[in-house]
Ligand binder design. Sequence first.
Ligand code: SF4
Length: 276
Amino acid sequence: MRIGYIEVRSALSRSGLPDIDYALNPYAGCAHGCIYCYARLYTRPRDAAENWGSMVYVKRNLIEVLRREVKRFRRGVVGVGTITDPYQPIEVREVLTRRAIELLLENGFAVSIQTKSPLILRDLDILRSHPGRVDVGFTITSLDPEKARFIEPRAPDPRSRAAALKRIADACVETWIFLGPVIPGINSSMDEVVRIVELAAETGSKLLVDKLHVKRFMWGGPLEAYARRALRYPWRRFFEDVLRLCRDYGVRCIEGLAEPSEERSRGLATLDRYMR
Ligand code: SF4
């Protein structure tokens, strides 16, 4: 893993979403290296985008810039990790996400965090101390570690994400699960989905479901065969089956059919916000 450092002029960017006011991403690039990750399309510097998963830039002056912005900007909801995972391994050393969240909450902002990493438990003290102003979403595409390793080679084991989700929900912090992308032939079986719906029911989490959005970078790589299948997949039927399942389990479920955009590259995490 190569690590670089960059200086930024702004920490918060406008999200353009109805109920997420700002986006904050402490790192450019992501060490988790998910093979389906759309974030490479929206990442600068280019070397991080072109070597997805092996080059991460740290926004060195993020906290300094954020400290000025929290005084000037109107209070609102900040999506943390709207492009890349804010709790990827470099966060252990840099502690940018923790410091940013602390600063935001102390200054009256709310945060909505999305991650694949149980490292977020390190910050549970902060998260639980601001009731009503924090929600945490875990991306769980499959609870099968083999499948997860194929599509998310360096992300934490999904069982550890589930365990972290339970601890956060137990601490009375609002939680949600992002099941996406659903890739036909990998994680599209109802057996697979049931396990995730059960987890949502157990933790009182909302479930957000998104399909695979086929992109040019998928051709010629390990996703190509699946991407071809996704183009012909009966998504409507799939989503209806998931909605029915969620109803049976009393889980609130939101399906996603929209293309991710730059501000919304964490996928359905944000589409949810358009819909609720
Ligand atoms: S999908 Fe998320 S966790 Fe995976 S590489 Fe992209 S930003 Fe990182």
